[in-house]
Design a protein around this ligand. Structure first.
Ligand code: ARG
Length: 577
């Protein structure tokens, strides 16, 4: 790890681990994951350590006695006021207010605001968005795009070498149907104006025909075989479908400020598929069933996964195994993270299990989320859970523009539109990111655009207001640099905010470790509330010299953390709203 600023939690965790080690020198404590968490209640101090309880279980002894021993051995770090043993054996830690102030001071001068470099250059591949060619993105892809991109930003900020890979669904039997349908009934005008919609129409019509008409089915199959054998005409058509679809998707990615390092769809691994079958065979993982080849995972409660259909075609599991093999060889990632909706849980369990049986060392993680509910009245253009994302973003921006026009009537129209864009897109993203991803979320405009609740506009507005305090200070006290004064914490309410500020790095780290951007969103919302009660209750510009500068510094740091935190969620922070 590079020599970077450590958070208070990090320093305390190291200190607790060392102290426990000196209490039990004969024991290996490395598996215990000794750490501290914020105290649930202020009267129990600022942080607490629960290790005595874990250790007591292992030693079959009394946790309070263990905590007592800890407290006798402990040499307090200079930023700790005192420790207390409470309840069954909690070690409650009270920090010195000057210690908190010193941490804020260091964070302010640290360009990453204290974020640790836990990645240390390790590679993490994040497979997200991954929509299908010739089909519109559905709500699952949109959530994958927004959540995956937040993880991408979080991991990068923590020093990982992230490879964002868009694993497009660009191969499979549907292309025989689309090629045939395209030749027979494509509407060129529609392909120009709404290509993905038209490709989908072609597919649905061709698919329906194939169900009714054996001849149609055979012709589609023949087109597919030609495509697979590299026939130049079919290949060119397929490329055209990919290009048309990506043209539309890229417009969406641009609006969402999402970009990928790789666009390697399923087709990229096509030549590797028969090798996967050979490998599975070699490892005795294959069985035949009605002419198909399967991996039987029933003994592990995971049913069976078909890896080659009876007609010789390969499927999703086979491609995903080929993809892991290729990625592992080329990039040697420490982890591959897949972000999809909940309906794919069994697929990922099965294929992770097969990968483990194949001895693939890479850590594989499936981050799944529930589908978002979109009440009938939310959008004018909607069919099932396929929504026109662009229409949604347009509507978000239009609604945000109404808000901006009201809040900043003096701003010129161009600026108003620019701010409305940041607010509208931010609102859509934040709604997605601020919820526990695994719960059912209902999207409403009232919530997404609320100025007084846990929403992007609320946080963006808080940021703009905080940033403006600094401007007011500069107007009133020109030429004075608040950073020349120390941070001093006098009031209880000020201490509460300061402590919250020191927790920014830990919240980012936890959000990444648990793959839950909502943890960072919750933190930012809490922070802005702590700031708001601070701001309402203590004087700023009217405070006496020194106190005033310290408060301006705390205010500046709060703004910096809100800006950085929101940027890690992919949300912009205009200077004025
Ligand atoms: N294209 C798939 C779908 O739309 C998602 C792919 C996710 N990534 C993967 N490696 N399986 O359902």
């Amino acid at each position: 790890m590079k020599n970077k600023l450590s958070s208070l939690e990090m320093k305390l965790s190291v200190w607790c681990a060392e102290t426990f080690a000196s209490c039990f020198p004969e024991m290996d404590l490395s598996a215990l994951q000794i750490g501290v968490i914020p105290s649930r209640n202020e009267q129990f101090g600022d942080c607490q350590c629960e290790t005595a309880m874990k250790l007591a279980k292992e030693l079959k002894s009394n946790p309070r006695v263990i905590a007592q021993r800890f407290s006798e051995k402990a040499v307090l770090p200079d930023f700790v006021e005192k420790i207390e043993i409470a309840g069954p054996g909690f070690i409650n830690i009270h920090l010195k207010t000057t210690g908190i102030a010193a941490q804020l001071d260091a964070m302010q001068f640290d360009e990453s605001l204290g974020l640790p470099d836990i990645g240390n250059g390790q590679t993490v591949i994040i497979d997200y968005s991954s929509p299908n060619i010739a089909k519109p993105m559905h709500i699952g892809h949109i959530r994958s795009t927004v959540i995956g991109n937040a993880l991408d930003r979080l991991y990068r900020a923590l020093g990982y070498n992230v490879i964002a890979d868009n694993h497009l669904g660009d191969w499979g039997t549907q292309f025989g149907l689309i090629i045939l349908g395209y030749r027979e009934f494509a509407d060129q005008e529609a392909l120009r104006t709404a290509p993905v919609e038209e490709l989908e129409r072609i597919y649905v019509k061709s698919y329906t025909l194939s169900k009714e008409d054996e001849n149609w089915r055979d012709r589609a199959k023949a087109e597919l075989v030609k495509l697979q054998q590299g026939d130049p005409e079919n290949r060119a058509l397929w490329e055209k479908f990919v290009e048309l679809t990506l043209g539309e998707f890229n417009r969406i990615y641009k609006r969402l400020d999402v970009s990928f390092d790789l666009y390697r769809g399923e087709s990229f691994y096509n030549d590797h598929l028969s090798g996967v079958i050979d490998l599975l065979n070699e490892k005795n993982l294959l069985e035949e069933s009605d002419g198909a080849l399967i991996c039987n995972l029933e003994a592990d409660g995971l049913n069976v996964a078909i890896v080659r259909k009876s007609d010789g075609g390969y499927n999703y599991t086979t491609t995903d195994i080929a993809t892991v093999l290729a990625r592992t060889e080329e990039f040697k990632p420490a982890e591959i993270i897949y972000v999809t909706d909940e309906r794919q849980q069994l697929h990922f369990k099965q294929f992770f299990h097969i990968c483990r049986k194949l001895g693939i060392p890479t850590k594989l993680t499936h981050v799944w989320f529930g589908l978002m509910r979109l009440p009938e009245a939310t959008f004018s253009t909607r069919e099932g859970n396929v929504i026109k994302l662009e229409a949604l973003l347009d509507e978000a921006e239009a609604r945000a523009l109404d808000i901006v026009k009201q809040s900043s009537p003096e701003m010129n129209e161009i600026q108003q539109r620019e701010v409305a864009r940041a607010v509208g897109i931010g609102a859509v993203k934040y709604t997605d990111l601020s919820q526990n991803p695994q719960s059912l979320v209902t999207f409403t405009w009232e919530k997404a655009l609320a100025m007084d609740g846990n929403s992007a506009p609320y946080l963006q507005y808080a940021y703009a207001r905080i940033a403006s305090v600094r401007d007011k200070y500069a107007d009133k006290f020109p030429g004075i640099n608040p950073e020349d004064y120390p941070i001093v914490i006098n009031e209880e309410i000020e201490r509460r905010l300061a402590l919250k500020l020191t927790r920014f790095p830990a919240s980012v780290e936890t959000a990444a470790k648990l793959d839950r951007p909502s943890i960072l969103a919750d933190y930012l919302y809490d922070l802005s509330q702590a700031y708001s009660s601070f701001y309402q209750n203590v004087p700023f510009l009217k405070a006496k010299e020194g106190v005033r500068e310290s408060r301006i510094r705390i205010c500046t740091l709060t703004a910096a953390i809100l800006k950085k935190g929101l940027s890690l969620l992919g949300i912009e922070t205009p200077e004025r709203i």
